[in-house]
Design a binder for this molecule. Structure first.
Ligand SMILES: [Zn+2]
Ligand SMILES: [Zn+2]
Length: 161
C-alpha cells in the first residue's frame, strides 16, 4: 500500500465519525438479515460501542459500559455477542492487544491486516490480498497448512510521527 493511501486511511478517522458508525450499523443490519441472523439490541449496542472508539476496545471496557446501562449484564453475554460479530466479520480481534475493532470491509470476504499506532493506539485495517496470498504461498512451501492469519503491524501514525 502506498504512503498517501495509508495517510488517508488514518485521516479519514477524523471526519464525521457519526456517519461511519451509522453506516457500519446499517451494513451489519443488512448482512445479518441476508444470513437470517438476529441483530439483537445487545449485539447492535456492542458493535456501536466498538465503532465509537478510535482505539481497539477491551471486552472488560464493554462490560463496564453495558453494566452502567443495564445492571445485570453478564460477561458471557458480552463474549457471545463478540463471537457473533466476529463470525460475520463485523469486527476483528487484535490478538496482541486482546481487543476488538470494527471492520471496514464487512461487506466482502477478506483477510485484513492492521496498522496500529503505538503512541495513540489508533489503527487502520488494510485489505491486501497480496500480503495474505504471500503468507499462504510461503507457508505451503514449508508444508504448512494455514488455518488463520493475524497480521498486526506496529509503528507510528501520520499524526504521531
Ligand atoms: Zn475486516
Ligand atoms: Zn498515533
Amino acid at each position: 500500500m502506498n504512503k498517501i493511501l495509508e495517510k488517508n486511511l488514518f485521516q479519514n478517522r477524523d471526519h464525521n465519525h457519526q456517519a461511519c458508525i451509522s453506516e457500519a450499523l446499517d451494513t451489519a443490519n443488512k448482512i445479518c438479515s441476508a444470513h437470517e441472523a438476529r441483530f439483537t439490541p445487545i449485539r447492535r449496542r456492542i458493535l456501536e460501542l466498538i465503532w465509537k472508539s478510535h482505539e481497539p476496545v477491551l471486552a472488560y471496557d464493554l462490560l463496564r459500559i453495558l453494566r452502567r446501562e443495564k445492571d445485570n449484564t453478564e460477561p458471557p453475554t458480552v463474549y457471545r455477542s463478540l463471537d457473533f460479530l466476529m463470525e460475520y466479520n463485523l469486527i476483528h480481534k487484535i490478538e496482541s492487544l486482546n481487543a476488538y475493532v470494527g471492520c471496514s470491509y464487512a461487506h466482502r470476504p477478506h483477510i485484513g491486516q492492521f496498522l496500529i499506532c503505538t503512541e495513540c493506539n489508533q489503527f487502520v485495517e488494510i485489505d491486501s490480498s497480496k500480503i495474505s496470498k504471500t503468507i499462504l504461498t510461503e507457508a505451503r512451501q514449508s508444508g504448512f497448512e494455514v488455518a488463520s492469519q493475524t497480521v498486526e503491524i506496529y509503528g507510528q501514525c501520520p499524526k504521531c510521527r
